[in-house]
Design a protein around this ligand. Structure first.
Ligand SMILES: Nc1ncnc2c1ncn2[C@@H]1O[C@H](COP(=O)(O)OP(=O)(O)OP(=O)(O)O)[C@@H](O)[C@H]1O
Ligand SMILES: [Mg+2]
Length: 316
C-alpha cells in the first residue's frame, strides 16, 4: 500500500469530491486517514459540512478520519516569517534590511505558493502518524510544478551549499578576524540550514517515488482529456507512479423505452463521452472508476454512494 495518495486534475473536474470519497471509503474500512486540502475555497469543509483549519481536525461521525485545510497564502507568509526569524539571528545587523527586502520580493515570486505548500506537504509526510494521507491538490499545472520542486530546488540548493562553502573558505583565508568572529564551515548556521533543506527535498523525492501514488481525475470532455494526457506524461517522465484515472461526471443513460427530446440528448451526449473515454484509454493509464453525474453535489449520501464505486485495488 502506498501511504500517500495524491489526487490531481484540471480545475473543477471533481478532485475534492473524489479525494473526499476515497478518504471516506478508507476511513470506513478502518484505516486511520488524514485528508489534506489546499483549496482556499473551503470545499472540503463543504463536503463534510464542518469547518476545518490549519491543523488536523477529526471529522464528526467518523472514528478515524481527520482533515486539514491548508491556506496557501497563509503558508507563504508563515514560511517567509520563519525564514526571516532564522536568518535574522544569524547575520550581522547591517544586512538585516537587505534580507527584509529580499523576503518581500520572494513573497511575490512565481512559485512562492508552491514552494511553501510543498514544504508543508513534506512536513505532513514526515510527521503524520496516520495509516494514509490523501492529498487533494490544486489543479494540475500547479500540482505538477509543485511535485517537480524536489528536482530543481534540490540542485539549486546544492549550488548554494557550494557557494556558501567557497565563501566561508575565502573568509577564513582573508582572516578579517578582528571585527567579526571567525567563521568555519563547521557549525555555520546558514550551511546547516541549506543542508537541512536539501535533505528535506531528497526525502520528498524518494517518498514521492516509492510510497506515493497519483490518481488523476478527468471528465469526459476534450479539454480534460488533453490535460490528463499531459499530466500522465509529466508524472511518468518524473518516475512518479500514476495509479490511474477516475473518469467523473459521466452522463447516466436513459431507459430503453424513453425516446423524448431529453433522452435523445442524453444518448448523443453519452456517445461523445464514450469517444473521450476511449481517447483517455489510449494513454494506457488504468481507468480506476467511472462515476456518473449525480443530481446534486457529492456530499452526504452521494459521497457514500460514490465512495462505494471507487472500488479499486487497496494497494493504491
Ligand atoms: N459526479 C458528480 N455528480 C454531481 N456533482 C459533482 C460530481 N463530481 C463533482 N461534482 C460537483 O462539482 C463541483 C466541483 O467538484 P469538486 O469541487 O470536487 O472539483 P475540484 O476538481 O476539486 O475543483 P477545483 O479545481 O476548483 O478544486 C462540486 O460542487 C461537486 O459537488
Ligand atoms: Mg477542489
Amino acid at each position: 500500500m502506498s501511504r500517500f495518495t495524491f489526487f490531481g486534475g484540471k480545475g473543477g473536474v471533481g478532485k475534492t469530491s473524489m479525494s473526499a470519497a476515497f478518504a471516506h471509503k478508507r476511513a470506513r474500512a478502518g484505516e486511520d486517514v488524514l485528508l489534506v486540502s489546499t483549496d482556499p475555497a473551503h470545499s472540503t469543509a463543504d463536503v463534510f459540512d464542518q469547518s476545518l483549519g490549519d491543523e488536523p481536525t477529526p471529522i464528526d461521525s467518523y472514528e478515524t478520519l481527520d482533515a486539514i485545510e491548508i491556506d496557501p497564502e497563509q503558508e507563504v507568509t508563515d514560511h517567509l516569517l520563519e525564514t526571516k526569524r532564522a536568518l535574522g539571528d544569524q547575520v550581522s545587523a547591517g544586512i538585516v534590511n537587505e534580507i527584509d527586502r529580499q523576503i518581500e520580493l520572494a513573497h511575490q515570486t512565481p512559485g512562492a505558493h508552491e514552494s511553501a505548500l510543498f514544504d508543508r506537504f513534506i512536513e505532513l509526510m514526515r510527521d503524520a502518524d496516520h495509516d494514509r494521507v490523501v492529498f487533494d491538490t490544486s489543479p494540475t499545472g500547479g500540482t505538477l510544478r509543485l511535485l517537480s520542486l524536489p528536482e530543481y530546488l534540490g540542485s539549486w540548493i546544492e549550488r548554494l551549499v557550494e557557494k556558501r562553502e567557497a565563501s566561508i573558505d575565502l573568509y577564513e583565508k582573508a582572516a578579517i578576524g578582528s571585527r567579526e568572529p571567525r567563521r568555519s564551515a563547521l557549525g555555520d548556521p546558514i550551511l546547516a540550514r541549506l543542508r537541512e533543506r536539501k535533505e528535506r527535498f531528497e526525502f520528498a523525492r524518494e517518498t514521492l517515488r516509492t510510497e506515493s501514488s497519483f490518481v488523476l481525475v478527468a471528465n469526459p470532455d476534450a479539454l480534460s482529456v488533453r490535460e490528463s494526457e499531459r499530466a500522465i506524461e509529466t508524472l511518468r517522465e518524473r518516475s512518479l507512479p500514476v495509479a490511474g484515472v477516475i473518469v467523473n461526471r459521466l452522463t447516466p443513460e436513459p431507459d430503453d423505452d424513453e425516446n423524448g427530446r431529453g433522452a435523445r440528448f442524453l444518448r448523443q451526449r453519452i456517445e461523445t463521452e464514450r469517444e473521450r473515454v476511449e481517447e483517455l484509454r489510449s494513454f494506457e493509464p488504468p481507468i480506476l472508476a467511472e462515476i456518473e453525474t449525480r443530481v446534486s453535489e457529492v456530499k452526504g449520501s452521494f459521497l457514500d454512494e460514490v465512495a462505494g464505486e471507487l472500488d479499486f485495488d487497496a494497494t493504491i
